[in-house]
Design a binder for this molecule. Structure first.
Ligand code: ZN
Length: 376
């Protein structure tokens, strides 16, 4: 259940009540693809760095270790020792971006596993069954993530099929939630708006799915190659057609500056692999923009990654030491940088929420964008 606490212009401050606790929004979800954050970050660490929601990937967990294995072990929460909310994606995005030899039919998608080439079928029902076995807090609807650019007639057909798939997802989720031995019988379902960059298709689709009384709504198919301005334009177009009493989730976005711009357009939920992926390569976010710790100029730099940062890496370690760890190929280098970057994102969201609470979001946004200028 979403509770809107405050609205100023389009900016929303809210609370999302789930069976695994309350999520303060706007929120950044930390991406643990295979039931772990890449970079040796544990669920204990996640609590230290202020993570509210962890995101895991249905496609990956279906292949390895298998959702039935996770179910036998009590569900994903127990399996990875995380008692706060978990969102699972539908598998659709990975099927379309990772898997080989895809064939899209009305019933679903036939594809081959990127691990061993095995032929697999996934449709709306299978996606819901896998997510139900994982027992996540929030399940995402199975959709087709359309490439940008795509021809208009293809997008029209795909979006119409995504609507039919959403109806099937809802029916299947209701059936699964009613079974006596379901891992999480209060599993929630979010629908996903698609339509590439065709505004009229996006609007019609948003209107259609808004009537289906889902637990939340995502804007999908963005951050796939379009410009930032095009992305903001689509958010501006779609948000007014989504229900005000449900959370809005912008999938796979993005840079800290993208998050600020999207919050100012009414978005509540975010996720992105960027902070962890960047961290694993020594690229760290600071209040003066992004820096690369591999640079020679940090060899004798005895400051923390970001002065004033309270993360476990910045409290105790220097740029020079972490740079040395990267050069020596020590795993600790990645771990410290991923911890810092995830802390940076979670703290940014906390600061955003405080700024909205204190009626100074616009000022906060302007100051942040100026300090990161051109680099973050
Ligand atoms: Zn830090």
């Amino acid at each position: 259940m979403y509770k809107l606490l405050k609205k100023s212009g389009k900016v929303r401050r809210g609370e999302f009540h789930t069976p695994h606790g309350v999520i303060q929004t706007p929120v950044f979800m930390n991406v643990g693809t295979l039931a772990a954050i890449k970079g040796a970050v544990s669920s204990m660490d996640l609590k230290d760095i202020g993570c509210q929601v962890e995101l895991s990937n249905t496609y990956h967990l279906h292949l390895r270790p298998g959702d039935k294995v996770v179910r036998k072990l009590g569900g994903l929460h127990k399996f990875m020792n995380w008692d706060r909310p978990i969102l699972t994606d539908s598998g659709g995005f990975q099927v379309f971006s990772l898997a080989g030899l895809r064939k899209i039919k009305e019933e679903g998608v036939y594809f081959s596993s990127h691990i061993d080439g095995k032929r697999i079928f996934m449709g709306p029902e299978e996606s819901m069954q896998i997510q139900s076995n994982l027992g996540s807090t929030i399940a995402m609807a199975f959709d087709e993530c359309i490439e940008i650019p795509s021809p208009r007639d293809y997008v029209e057909k795909s979006v119409a099929r995504t609507v039919r798939w959403l109806e099937r997802c809802k029916t299947e989720m209701d059936r699964l939630n009613a079974l006596p031995d379901t891992v999480n019988n209060k599993q929630m379902l979010f629908g996903i708006n698609q339509g590439a960059t065709y505004k009229d298709i996006r609007i019609e689709h948003a209107k259609t799915i808004s009537k289906m009384d889902l637990d939340g709504y995502a804007i999908g198919g963005l951050a796939v190659g379009e410009t930032h301005e095009e992305m903001y334009d689509i958010i501006d177009t779609v948000v007014p057609y989504l229900p005000e009493d449900k959370p809005i989730y912008l999938m796979g976005v993005g840079l800290p500056s993208n998050i600020l711009e999207a919050v100012s357009r009414g978005v509540d939920f975010f996720d992105c692999v960027l902070p962890a992926r960047n961290g694993r390569h020594g690229h760290v976010f600071t209040n003066e923009g992004k820096i690369n710790l591999m640079n020679a100029k940090f060899e004798l730099d005895d400051r923390p990654i970001d002065e004033g940062c309270q993360c476990p890496a910045c409290k105790d370690y220097t740029r020079a030491y972490i740079r040395h760890l990267f050069k020596a190929k020590e795993m600790l280098a990645m771990r410290l940088c991923v911890l810092h970057n995830l802390y940076f994102y979670n703290k940014l969201m906390e600061d955003i929420r405080n700024a909205i609470d204190n009626d100074c979001f616009e000022e906060f946004k302007r100051e942040k964008l100026e300090s990161w200028q051109g680099r973050a």
